[in-house]
Ligand binder design. Structure first.
Ligand SMILES: [Zn+2]
Length: 251
């Protein structure tokens, strides 16, 4: 049903990214993109599988920006169906009963865990959010909000489109350094994975604490993941989720 992110081995966490199929059927988790006819029941199936109550899920309306919100159990105004939807691309919490989630199809899910302050964050990082340094901003906000020391943080990056497949226009030079824009056969390719690794390092996360083992290229692996670049507007979305295990229970 989902890829267990390597960050799960770093502490009492539940964290992963859904595969595009479950039991041979399409497993779209988006209520807007792709074939949404089964999305609500797919969300129920996912949370049931996780033994977590669906009502504890936090589902932001993503806007490819760099807004990061602190979520508390009294602040659950992020339900996609709610009239008070908050637009953001990063979530953080220290409350074990909440399940942070984001949706992607080529953009990167970035999981962050502070084992000392017991706080977590989950980021939706496409090129726009990354150009606006959402990873740096999230780490700074974790320090500000939970007194996290960046050197304690574990950052793990999930599946997203890699430089093998991510051809971009020359205008991307306005947003990214030559370090992450590679030229091959007269075309430019963006290494969004490396850019986010570099951002985490620039925010003082230790190199050994930045994990990329769970990051396969979505466009190379459309058998396992949705890829907007490969499939276009009809592509569904995977859901990435992260929760501190203290609120983990089975009903
Ligand atoms: Zn690829």
């Amino acid at each position: 049903m989902y890829q267990h992110n390597v960050i799960e081995s770093m502490g009492p966490l539940v964290g992963g990214t859904t595969y595009r199929n479950y039991n041979g059927l399409d497993f779209n988790l988006s209520l807007r993109a792709g074939d949404t006819s089964q999305s609500r029941s797919n969300r129920k199936d996912l949370f049931h599988n996780l033994s977590l109550p669906l009502e504890n899920g936090v589902f932001p309306q993503q806007v490819h920006g760099n807004e990061v919100l602190q979520i508390t159990s009294t602040r659950k105004d992020l339900e996609e169906d709610s009239s008070t939807v908050s637009k953001c691309d990063g979530l953080m919490t220290s409350e074990g009963e909440l399940v942070l989630s984001i949706q992607t199809a080529d953009c990167y899910p970035i999981f962050i865990y502070d084992p000392i302050q017991k706080a977590i964050a989950l980021i939706h990082a496409g090129w726009r959010g990354t150009a606006q340094k959402i990873t740096v901003k999230t780490i700074e906000l974790l320090s500000h909000t939970y007194q996290s020391n960046p050197e304690d943080l574990i950052v793990s990056i999930g599946p997203g489109i890699q430089s093998c497949c991510y051809e971009v226009s020359i205008e991307f030079m306005d947003h990214f350094s030559a370090q992450v824009l590679k030229e091959r056969n007269g075309q430019f390719y963006l290494d969004l994975l490396k850019e986010n690794v570099l951002q985490a390092q620039s925010a003082s996360v230790l190199e050994d604490n930045i994990l990329t083992e769970s990051s396969l290229c979505t466009a190379c692996h459309v058998d396992q993941f949705y890829s907007y670049r490969k499939e276009g507007p009809l592509s569904g979305r995977m859901m990435s989720f992260l929760s501190l295990k203290s609120g983990y229970y089975s009903d």
